[in-house]
Design a protein around this ligand. Structure first.
Ligand code: AVJ
Ligand code: FE
Length: 440
């Protein structure tokens, strides 16, 4: 928090808490009672579960832990503990009603504002206490993105509205970019709100690689489909092919066949594909198959972060591709400002030093990496945040989507999900090994 004095830090935290709550409120006020309590997909919780879970985590960490206050309600902890109840079972729980949920989260928030006003945010306690608030802001924003994905799964008239993302300001040249071999600093030890899995900063030697300037677009993806990509086992991994056959994959999730063309359901509006928009709602296996068809591969998580953060002029890693400034609307499509990824070329001011574009925002990008701890990892504040997920079950996604908020998205931020998941706002970009003549 370096240069911030205690009062500006408090104001900043208060502002972030208010912003995340405004988003939770908008996402839950947009629909009727029935839509709040029903399960729109087995993959998701009822919206009212997410909202009460947001309040319950806030109560556990800020009211009880940081504040040392009496519980608002200690009879509902188990019901809103994600590890006690898988998503598919949550509708059967005796959940708080929408009205009870709204009143509960508000009671918690009132106490939290009191805790914020009286908690030491200086000296020895600063990092610990400020982090707890930051963690809770990020937690609410992460669930808001999940709730946005629930909205995408909901049937019925559209209820969410947002302006179109900016159009590319000039001609767009889709190309590949060579990232020369050399060390870079991955992860962070100084970013105040970084979660345990982003820590600590460590130097890594990375071989030369080539990465696409932009994510794969709907136009590219249509070519893969037209070439029979979904019917050719040669492009698919063994598990990917098995999943493809079992579920009859034909196209990204939410694409709708209309005669001989594909349309896309975007939050209830069925519309023609925007060809130069990054493809969204594909699973890891589809990304992997597309890459094989294109004669390339997915980047590793290390390559992705080097492309996003490494500054060859100084040898240091930036907080974001464009520099150390927090994201603004000129840099990236974040925070549900728009309900879709932006066309490629829309954010020239968000490019990395080597010219890689739209790494932050638009779509989460699948990488080829499993979820592993960085050397020196220490679980914080609890093992259930990251550590219990380490292993080969999950694939890493990087960069955030149009539905990820800037408070929960950084150059170092790591997301993970099962390789079959496609209801998330996931796309991908391609990489490859350079030929000998390219690195000479
Ligand atoms: C980091 C997005 C995988 O949603 O499961 C929310 C974030 N952790 N509550 C998830 C999270 C606890 C997490 N992801
Ligand atoms: Fe959670």
């Amino acid at each position: 928090f370096g240069e911030l004095d205690t009062e500006s830090l408090r104001d900043r935290v208060a502002g972030q808490l208010a912003r995340s709550r405004a988003r939770s409120t908008a996402l839950t006020d947009a629909v009727d009672e029935n839509d709040l309590v029903k399960q729109h997909s087995k993959l998701m919780s009822p919206l009212v579960w997410d909202f009460a879970h947001i309040g319950n985590q806030e109560e556990l960490w800020l009211v009880r832990d940081v504040g040392g206050r009496e519980p608002v309600r200690d009879d509902i902890d188990n019901m809103y503990d994600a590890f006690q109840h898988p998503r598919s079972d949550r509708p059967a729980l005796p959940l708080l009603s929408p009205a009870e949920t709204r009143s509960y989260v508000q009671q918690v928030r009132t106490k939290v504002m009191d805790v914020l006003a009286s908690t030491p945010l200086e000296g020895r306690k600063l990092v610990e206490n400020a982090f707890a608030f930051g963690m809770i802001v990020q937690h609410e924003q992460q669930h808001n993105e999940t709730m946005l994905a629930t909205h995408q799964l909901r049937d019925g008239e559209p209820v969410l509205h947002a302006p179109m993302p900016p159009a590319p300001p000039g001609p767009v040249l889709d190309k590949e970019i060579l990232v020369p071999a050399g060390p870079f600093t991955m992860g962070t030890s100084v970013e105040p709100w970084a979660l345990d899995n982003e820590r600590p900063a460590h130097r890594i030697e990375v071989g030369a690689f080539v990465i696409d300037k932009y994510p794969v677009t709907n136009a590219g993806y249509l070519e893969f489909i037209a070439s029979g990509g979904y019917d050719r086992p040669q492009w698919w991994s063994e598990e990917g092919w098995a999943y493809n056959r079992k579920t009859g994959l034909r196209a990204p999730r939410f694409w709708v066949r209309d005669g001989d063309r594909w349309l896309r359901d975007c939050f209830g509006v069925v519309e023609p594909l925007v060809l130069d928009e990054p493809v969204v709602h594909v699973c890891f296996y589809e990304a992997e198959a597309y890459a094989a068809w294109a004669g390339k591969r997915l980047p590793t998580e290390i390559e992705w972060e080097k492309a996003a953060r490494h500054d060859p002029a100084t040898g240091r890693s930036r907080r974001y591709p464009w520099g150390d400034e927090d994201p603004g609307p000129e840099h990236a499509n974040l925070g549900q400002a728009h309900l879709r990824p932006a066309r490629i070329g829309a954010y020239p001011r968000g490019e990395s030093p080597l010219g890689v574009a739209q790494l932050i925002g638009d779509v989460w990008e699948w990488t080829s990496s499993d979820f592993h701890a960085y050397p020196g990892f220490v679980a914080f504040p609890y093992q259930e945040y990251s550590e219990v997920f380490f292993g080969a079950d999950y694939k890493m996604l990087r960069g955030g989507s149009f539905g990820a908020d800037a408070a929960a998205c950084r150059g170092t931020f790591r997301n993970w999900d099962y390789p079959i998941r496609r209801q998330i706002f996931s796309g991908f970009r391609l990489a490859r090994d350079p030929g000998p003549e390219e690195t000479r």
